[in-house]
Write a protein that binds this ligand. Structure first.
Ligand code: F6P
Length: 336
């Protein structure tokens, strides 16, 4: 068999480990030929590809980003289709011309949606979930999340000493537009006193009370972790907005830090490397068994897969009955 592999959407630690996992198992174990497609679905429009050999797969385990490059190209965009630009048709034809028996798509929610559409029109697709946000439905975890949480936790750890020295409120804004997984996991691991996520509405007065109550108990500083997707005033970044509102409510000097793309860069943790390796190898196995139109998933400690049409359009969000929310509340963490 000859397979293609592409990475689409925002990059994330562990993509290269996944590419390595898919390709090494495909080449070594199944005797397949592997073609790397550059810049996501754009590479399938332009036929921008390279043959991947064992040599090209060296040194990838700990390398951040994606060796194939990525783009946010969405071939099923209504605007293009309405204008008569049939990108899906071009891609399907190019896949045939390149002689690909299947395409492996490594990507986030948008990519899963696109992959499901291609599966619907009869293109052989297997996808692997990738996002630091952990918001892909159908898998317990996606690789990249553990790395982002480690980076954010380290940043929160570092804020404690400066917050304590100056008796300040330190607000840290982490990634997560729709889902607050990074804020929840890093906030709890880093001992955050207030954790704000898009899934739970907040009241600035109760946040102020939490901080003032801490002072009454002799706790002279507070750490506030906010996900970038919480409601703000639309003019400032939410970290800045919350810091200013807290200072206004409590009279305590507050500062904000926006962690940004640092969360997405650099080497993956060993957990993410192994998750990526397992998911990648499983993708090659699905293809060898002729099981197409499926997304790889982690369920408990098992790697499995589910039909792409079950995944598309859904989100994995934090719920109030998550153990970390329940235990956090019992310990006095304010979730808004
Ligand atoms: O990959 C998801 C994510 O990291 C979000 O949390 C973040 O807001 C977004 O990507 C930003 O990515 P870009 O600026 O590349 O669109």
């Amino acid at each position: 068999m000859k397979i293609g592999i592409l990475t689409s959407g925002g990059d994330c630690p562990g993509i290269n480990a996944t590419i390595r996992g898919v390709c090494k198992v495909a080449i070594n174990h199944y005797g397949m030929e592997v073609v790397g497609i550059h810049s996501g679905f754009q590479g399938l429009i332009d036929k921008d590809v390279e043959i991947l050999t064992e040599k090209s797969l060296s040194g990838l385990l700990n390398q951040g980003g994606t060796i194939l490059g990525t783009s946010r190209e969405k071939p099923f965009k209504k605007k293009d289709l309405d204008a008569g630009y049939d990108k899906p048709g071009i891609i399907a034809r190019n896949i045939q011309e390149l002689g690909l028996d299947c395409v492996v798509c490594i990507g986030g929610n948008g990519t899963q949606k696109t992959a499901a559409r291609f599966a619907e029109i009869g293109v052989n697709i297997v996808s692997v979930p990738k996002t630091i946000d952990n918001d892909i439905w159908g898998t317990d975890l996606s690789f990249g999340f553990d790395t982002a949480v480690s980076i954010a936790t380290d940043a929160i750890d570092r804020l404690h000493s400066t917050a304590s020295s100056h008796k300040r409120v330190m607000v840290i804004e982490v990634m997560g537009h729709k889902a607050g997984w990074i804020a929840l996991y890093s906030g709890m691991a880093g001992g955050g006193d207030v954790i704000l996520i898009p899934e739970i509405p907040y009241d600035i007065k109760s946040i102020g009370e939490t901080i003032l109550n801490r002072i009454k108990k002799g706790k002279t500083y507070s750490i506030v972790v906010v996900a970038e997707g919480i409601l703000g005033d639309g003019r400032r970044r939410v970290g800045e907005y919350i810091a200013q509102e807290i200072e206004y409510e409590t009279g305590i000097e507050s500062r904000e830090t926006v962690l940004g793309y640092i969360q997405r860069g650099g080497a993956p943790t060993s957990f993410d490397r192994n998750l990526a390796t397992r998911m990648g190898g499983h993708a090659a196995e699905l293809i060898a068994n002729g099981q197409f139109g499926r997304m790889i998933a982690l369920k408990g400690n098992e790697i499995t897969s589910l039909p792409l049409n079950e995944v598309a359009g859904k989100l994995n969000l934090v719920t109030e009955d998550h153990d970390l929310v329940i235990q956090g509340r019992r310990m006095g963490v304010c979730f808004g």
